[in-house]
Design a binder for this molecule. Structure first.
Ligand SMILES: NC(=O)c1ccc[n+]([C@@H]2O[C@H](COP(=O)([O-])OP(=O)(O)OC[C@H]3O[C@@H](n4cnc5c(N)ncnc54)[C@H](OP(=O)(O)O)[C@@H]3O)[C@@H](O)[C@H]2O)c1
Length: 304
């Protein structure tokens, strides 16, 4: 039995993944944006399986103060985390740039800064596991040539104060997730904690929640039947695979889709860019850029 922390557990892929993990007998700490949505999600999982071990927790991941409170409670009360599944994310469709209460562009804040900060703050609980896994949900959309506005991360304007576009914000944030995943694994070295990024596939049914009007109708009724679409079941099987499959023991610093390692973009694999984003993320979240320090890292075991 593993203890698995799942963000985005209130709905969408996070909720279904949390349900599958709990039904498989694992202890799931389910994080949703509000107390009510976390409790509703936990109740839904328990309704399907009364023996499911699911513990609702809440935090608005766009607010660093709430991430800090959540992490402190988890480290104190949950103790050990074997798997951290950073699933929560936003995909805006409005051309209007949204700013969080902390003053950050929302897509970057929720998709990249939040998992970065949460991972750092719950790290003491991951270190207590024999072999912890961190799984960060990215997207193939960070690859060059994907549909819509191209990925275009500008370190002089990381929060898109100029030239905001929701597609660009999303792709940049998922590129940032790649950088953070790879850089954390480089810093951990061949240790017991592994970090991978995953694309769940294009899942129109859950992505529909971010849309409205005709696009929502297409996402709900038409696109799920297209050959390029992924079902919720397949996408969440791929996330549970990342969390638990023994074939991934000791494998980190990789990008997966459909249960297979795939190539990320050349930009994502650039260690200089990754270090640069790590420094930026550390400064925006007020974390020590040298995290994880030697004292936080678990002893070397030759894996990874
Ligand atoms: N669906 C796809 O085609 C697709 C493709 C590639 C990658 N992804 C990624 O997969 C992940 C899950 O996506 P999904 O399809 O399940 O989307 P979804 O149905 O829109 O779910 C997004 C989840 O993130 C949570 N979230 C958003 N902002 C939050 C905040 N400030 N605080 C706390 N929680 C917040 C949402 O909670 P609320 O209910 O409170 O909003 C929801 O649980 C995302 O990272 C997404 O980028 C999805």
């Amino acid at each position: 039995m593993q203890t698995i922390l799942v963000t985005g557990g209130g709905r969408g892929l996070g909720l279904v993944t949390a349900g599958k993990l709990a039904r498989a007998g694992h202890r799931v700490v389910l994080v949703a944006r509000t107390r009510q949505s976390a409790e509703d999600a936990a109740a839904q999982i328990r309704a399907a399986d009364p023996s499911a071990r699911v513990e609702p927790r809440s935090a608005d991941l766009s607010r660093h103060s709430e991430i800090r409170e959540l992490a402190a409670a988890i480290v104190a009360e949950v103790g050990v985390i074997d798997v951290l599944l950073n699933i929560a994310g936003v995909l805006q469709t409005s051309p209007t740039r949204r700013v969080t209460a902390d003053g950050f562009e929302e897509t970057l804040a929720v998709n990249a800064l939040a998992p970065f900060l949460l991972t750092a703050l719950v790290f003491p609980a991951l270190v207590r596991s024999d072999s912890a896994r961190i799984v960060n949900v990215s997207s193939r959309l960070h690859l060059p040539g994907s549909r819509g506005r191209p990925v275009d991360f500008d370190f002089d304007d990381p929060q898109l104060q100029h030239g905001y576009n929701p597609d660009r914000a999303y792709k940049n944030s998922k590129l940032a997730v790649m950088w953070l995943s790879y850089e954390l694994q480089r810093r951990l070295g061949p240790r017991t904690i592994t970090v991978n990024a995953v694309c769940p596939g294009f899942v129109p049914v859950t992505a529909a929640a971010s849309t409205s009007g005709w696009l929502r109708w297409m996402m709900t009724h038409v696109l799920p039947h297209m050959p390029f679409a992924t079902s919720i079941d397949t996408a969440t099987d791929s996330l549970t695979f990342m969390a638990l499959d023994p074939s991934l023991d000791g494998i980190g610093g990789k990008f997966y889709a459909d249960r297979h390692q795939i190539e990320s973009s050349a930009e994502a694999s650039d260690p200089e860019e990754a270090r640069r984003f790590w420094a930026l993320a550390s400064s925006l979240t007020r974390l020590d850029p040298d995290w994880p320090t030697a004292s936080q890292a678990p002893p070397q075991t030759g894996r990874g």
